[in-house]
Design a protein around this ligand. Structure first.
Ligand SMILES: CCCCCCCC/C=C\CCCCCCCC(=O)N[C@@H](CO)[C@H](O)/C=C/CCCCCCCCCCCCC
Ligand SMILES: O=c1ccn([C@@H]2O[C@H](COP(=O)(O)OP(=O)(O)O[C@H]3OC[C@@H](O)[C@H](O)[C@H]3O)[C@@H](O)[C@H]2O)c(=O)[nH]1
Length: 393
């Protein structure tokens, strides 16, 4: 056997192994999701219920903001405070918060206006003063677009067992009008859910900071929230700092309900490109691994490997591969949605195809630019995650 043939055989075997590994990830995610999502964790006894400080960093107003914020005033949890932080004194979000304070005069609420600059991360700068004023040791950071159900906070606290330092809501989206919403739901209900559930099942840090509850003393031990202003992916590093102190990060049983009132496919792709660029800079192995977890790429790669190794028709292999992936994604979606599709099957098929075909392109795009744009500010993220803000000229 020639050296070239040996090398190609090794490559084909490795790629076929990677293809099989993708199905294992699916399996882990489906089993763990079925067991964990929407299960009812044991609630802490009333004397064990700890107070929670909830920080809401706000920036701008969208048509759903008031409704989303109002759900935080209606939480069924005995002891919590709401800390709204707004960095710009002319931000209309201030009026929305003030009108809710008038509607709920008994709520324990504070409003912080103005930022404290501790690093390039604008969200951290906006939150630092609220963090320093928080009166409880349990702290929930919750992005502006998040909507809660009445028992969401109780669910999160119930998952904070003694050995757990951080509890995350897995990202998902509320059903809203229009195809852009369907697309976001399919994105978070399939690819994101698969990776997030499987990673959490086996203890890999897969953090998304949109709804994140943690023990404040552990972050104080790591230098306080201001220490994380140097990263754009502060969520990943907050969880990492807590895990390094011997505590676990876990998912609670209810997903995060993102419910922003303004959404479209172009902005969503920009957001996913920003996240993908962050991951590639923080964890460079993902540059290779992420494409190998994509349906279409693995369909092509797997077909080639199967033909080379077992002489299987590549077209038949590819079609079977896409069909099985599609069906498992459908099962995953219904599991995350906790019910049937909230839109037509046709919309699901179109959104799924769009996601699967556009995702490799987004992964490619992250290598074509050297900057990350977030809320009109420009950043350069260095290997390892350190971030530098670039002045916009
Ligand atoms: C042969 C194939 C191997 C496949 C390995 C899988 C590679 C991972 C593929 C996709 C990653 C998608 C991650 C989705 C969630 C990330 C959301 C996100 O980007 N959030 C950022 C903004 O909030 C945040 O700052 C970044 C956090 C880092 C997340 C790290 C994710 C780890 C996921 C690993 C999944 C592997 C599961 C393996 C289980 C056996
Ligand atoms: O300069 C800023 C930018 C953002 N923010 C706040 O940060 C939150 C998240 O902002 P966006 O909705 O723009 O961003 P994403 O939903 O993509 O955030 C996600 O990715 C980046 C991570 O750092 C976040 O923790 C994560 O939630 C919002 O509540 C927003 O009001 C600020 O307070 N100041």
């Amino acid at each position: 056997m020639s050296i070239a043939l040996i090398l190609v055989t090794i490559l084909a075997t490795a790629l076929f192994g990677g293809w099989m590994f993708d199905w294992i990830i699916f399996l882990i995610a489906l089993v763990y999701g079925k067991w964990h999502l929407y299960s009812k964790p044991d609630s802490p006894s009333p004397e064990d219920i700890q107070g929670v400080s909830i920080i809401k960093p706000l920036m701008g107003v969208d048509p759903n903001l008031k409704h989303n914020l109002e759900t935080f005033f209606q939480l069924e949890y005995p002891n919590y405070e709401l800390l709204f932080s707004v960095q710009d004194e002319n931000d209309p979000a201030i009026l929305v918060v003030k009108s809710l304070i008038d509607t709920y005069p008994k709520a324990d609420v504070k409003l912080f206006i103005g930022l404290k600059h501790v690093g390039p991360n604008g969200k951290i700068n906006n939150m630092v003063r609220a963090y320093e004023a928080a009166k409880h040791n349990l702290l929930l950071i919750s992005d502006s677009g998040i909507k809660m159900t009445k028992d969401s906070l109780l669910d999160m606290v119930s998952c904070l067992k003694k050995d757990v330092g951080v509890v995350l809501q897995m990202p998902y989206v509320c059903h809203r009008k229009g195809f852009a919403s369907v697309y976001e739901q399919v994105y978070f209900g399939t690819m994101q859910a698969r990776n997030c559930l499987s990673a959490n099942a086996i203890g890999i840090n897969c953090s998304t900071g949109m709804s994140m509850l943690f023990r404040k003393d552990l972050i104080d031990e790591a230098g306080g929230l201001k220490e994380f202003g140097k990263y754009l992916a502060e969520d990943y590093f907050i969880a990492e700092a807590i895990r390094n102190q011997g505590y676990k990060s876990v998912l609670c049983t209810q997903p995060a309900l993102q419910n922003s009132g303004t959404y479209n496919i172009t902005d969503f792709h920009k957001r996913m490109l920003r996240w993908a660029s962050l991951r590639a800079s923080m964890i460079p192995t993902f540059i290779l691994l992420e494409p190998l977890s994509e349906c279409m790429i693995m369909g092509v790669v797997g077909s080639w490997a199967a033909q080379f190794l077992f002489d299987i028709s590549p077209m038949a292999f590819f079609l079977m591969h896409v069909l099985c992936w599609f069906l498992l994604d459908y099962v995953m979606f219904c599991m995350v949605q906790n019910g049937p599709l909230p839109f037509s099957k046709f919309e699901y098929v179109v959104a799924w195809l769009l996601r699967e075909l556009s995702s490799p392109y987004i992964l490619f795009l992250r290598h074509t630019g050297s900057y990350i744009i977030w809320r009109n500010r420009k950043y350069k993220v260095h290997w390892g995650g350190y971030t530098e803000e670039i002045p916009v000229t």
